[in-house]
Design a protein around this ligand. Structure first.
Ligand SMILES: Nc1ncnc2c1ncn2[C@@H]1O[C@H](COP(=O)(O)OP(=O)(O)OP(=O)(O)O)[C@@H](O)[C@H]1O
Ligand SMILES: [Mg+2]
Length: 267
């Protein structure tokens, strides 16, 4: 069991215009419980940062939001997650279109062993989003432009995606995610393998993407959380300790555990 008894999340876990609602979410890996009764709203067009010490359950919680945990055999989920009011764990829900609506960008850029063009065209092809080659060309160009990569790759669209630099590969993965026109983008430490310049580009991009998408980002960088997010959720040993506007979390945290983390006393 967790060491924090009778816990209740501090601050503002709910919001007026939720895109995603998690209610009493518990996650188990076999016998071991990794997430305890987490209830949280993620607002439309907001960027929410998920922070906390290593092993506190950030990735586990993020993966609940598009059922990526389904791919882990021993993983079991309790509670509800609603996307636009509908429970994504309803047995009727098909995870393939769900994961197009709720896309994910991973820590390590993972382009497919295909050309830059085909990396981006892959999703639109399998979801039947393009009716002609011209359509597909347009989706590829628009996605690469939105991901801030078009100018760097427009003359080499048919070269392998794996031949790009790390930061370019990560922007390629973002382009691949947005090519299927998702509603939510989940990002698990998307900049941890990148240098400060590539990181700055991705952060700028996150800020632009917010106009059209809802974004949840896990980060170990408090500076990054402060730069890109409007709300910050602090996790500790599988519990959601505090959720508040980001500036408040970093200036006047409500819970002593949050304060200890942001002032570097542990983590
Ligand atoms: N596939 C798995 N099988 C069993 N246990 C797991 C699995 N994935 C995560 N866990 C456990 O669940 C807990 C939460 O892990 P999780 O990866 O969600 O933490 P995290 O906050 O993302 O950490 P980090 O900052 O290191 O990425 C940990 O105790 C971890 O060991
Ligand atoms: Mg993680």
């Amino acid at each position: 069991m967790s060491i924090i008894e009778n816990h209740k999340t501090n601050g503002a876990a709910f919001c007026e215009n939720p895109k995603l609602k998690a209610r009493d979410v518990g996650v188990f890996y076999g016998e071991k419980q990794a997430i305890f009764d987490v209830s949280l709203d993620i607002g439309a067009n907001e960027v929410i940062a998920l922070i906390g010490p290593s092993g506190c359950g950030k990735s586990t919680f993020l993966r609940c939001l598009n059922r990526m945990n389904d791919t882990i055999d021993i993983c079991q989920i309790r509670g509800e997650i609603l996307l636009d009011g509908e429970n994504i764990y309803d047995p009727k829900v098909d995870v393939v279109p769900l994961r197009a609506r709720v896309g994910m960008v991973f820590q390590k850029p993972n382009p497919f062993p295909k050309s830059i063009y085909d990396n981006v065209a892959y999703g639109p092809r399998i979801h039947g989003l393009a009716h002609s080659r011209v359509d597909l060309d347009e989706i590829v160009e628009k996605s690469l432009q939105r991901a801030g990569l078009w100018n760097e790759v427009k003359d080499r669209l048919h070269s392998p995606g794996t031949g790009l630099s790390g930061g370019q590969q990560q922007r390629l993965c973002i382009a691949r995610t947005i090519a299927v026109d998702p509603e939510v983008i989940l990002m698990d430490e998307p900049c941890s393998a990148l240098d400060p310049i590539a990181t700055a580009k991705i952060e700028e991009l996150i800020d632009e993407l917010r106009e059209n998408y809802t974004i949840a980002i896990v980060t170990h960088s408090m500076q990054q959380a402060a730069r890109v997010s409007q709300r910050t959720a602090y996790f500790h040993l599988g519990q959601l300790i505090e959720v508040n506007p980001t500036d408040q979390v970093f200036t006047t945290p409500q819970h002593t555990l949050t304060e200890a983390y942001i002032t570097g006393r542990f983590g």
